[in-house]
Design a protein around this ligand. Sequence first.
Ligand code: T4K
Length: 371
Amino acid sequence: MRPPLYVTRPLLPDLAELNILLESVWASNIITNIGPLHQKLEQELRQVLGVPTAMLFNNGTIALLAALKLFKLPAKSEVITTPLTFAATAHAIDWNGLVPVFVDVLPETLTIDPAAVELAITDKTSAILGVHVYGNVCELDALQRIADRHGLKLLYDAAHAFGTTVDGTPIASFGDGSAFSFHATKLFNTVEGGLLATKHPEDANDIYFLRNFGIKNEEEVVSIGINGKLNEMQAAVGILNLALVDEERRQRSVLREKYLSFLSKIDGVLCQPVQPGVSNSEQYFPIQIDAEIFGRSRDDIYEALKLENIFARKYFHPICTDFEPYRDFKTYSVHNMPYVETVKTRVLCLPFHSGVTDEDLKVIERVFLAT
Ligand code: T4K
C-alpha cells in the first residue's frame, strides 16, 4: 500500500538548526511571555506582512477573539459572516457575546456575497467578518463601501491568506483588521499560532494588552485581556519556517499548474478562477465537482481517493449552519436557495504541498478519469 497522502503537510525546519536556536532558549531560561525569539519573529512578520501592527498569538482562533474584542462592539450586536468556513470563525463571534449572522457566498470565489451582506444588515449589525477562504480574496472594495455606508467594522479571517497581496498591496492592509492562523496545516506554521494585523500603528498597544491579560505592569491591569501568547519554542520553529515559506509556495504553485493541466479538461470539474492582481497564498487547492455533468459526485471521488490512501478533505462541509450550535440560523441570500448549500456538496480540497509527487498526481488523475 502507498504511504498515506494528506491534504496538507506541515513545513518543518531542519532539526539541527532548530536545536541550535533552542540552545539559546535553554541558556536564557526565558521560555515564554514575549521572549527574544517571539520578538524577533514578530518583527520579521511585520515586514513580511507589510503592516505597522502585526501581533503574534498562540493560535488563529484567539487572534480572531482578540480582533473582535479590539473593536469594542456592543454586546449582543450582530456580526455578518459566511457559513463556508472553519467553525472557529463563528465561534469567535459567539465567544465575544456577539451574534453570528450567516450570508451566502459568491459562486466563483466562494467568499462572502456583498449583496447578501446588504440584505442581512439590521440596526443591530456592528461588523462584517469576511473570510479569504482557500486564499480567495473577498470583494474588498464592495465590502468596505458597505461597511463605510453603515458605520460597521470590517474584519477579515485571513487564516488561508498568508502573504497574499492585491495589486501589490498586502492583504492585511484591507479592512480594520486581519486574523491569520499559523497552525501546522497552514502554509506558514509555528506548530500552533496566529497573528492579528491592522494598518493602524496605534492598535498595537491595545492588542498587546488583549494578548497578555491586560497587564500593564506588576500592579496594573488595564483591560480584559486573555492569554494569547506564543512560547519561545514555537517562535523558534516560526523563525526557521519563515525562511522556507517562499520555496514551499513556489513548489505549490508548480503543483497547481500540474493539477490544472488535467483537471481543467474534465467536464464537471471546476477549478478556482485566477483573481486578477492577486498573488495566491497557495494554501489549498479546492475544486468543485458538479455530479450531474461529471457523472460522479464529490463524495464518490473522496471515497475513491481514500481507497488509494489519499486523503482529500471536504473543507468546509458540513458548513457552520449544519452544526448543532448554528442549526436554526438563517442564511441570507439573493437566491431562492443559498448557493452555499450547493457548494458544500461539491467542494473538495486535494492534497496540496511540496510532498505531492508526479506519481501521486498520476494516481489522482486515474481516479478522476476512471469510469
Ligand atoms: N479560520 C479559518 C478559516 C480556519 O481555517 C482556521 C483553522 C481558523 C480560523 C482557526 O485557526 P487556528 O485556531 O486553528 O489556528 C485543521 C486545522 O486544525 C485548523 O487550524 C484549520 N483551520 C482547519 C481548516 O484544518 P482539521 O480538523 O482538518 O485538522 P486535521 O488534524 O484533520 O489535519 C488535516 C490534515 O493535515 C491531516 O489529515 C494530516 C495533516 N496534518 C495535520 C496535523 C495537525 C499533518 O500532516 N500534521 C499535523 O500535525 O483542522
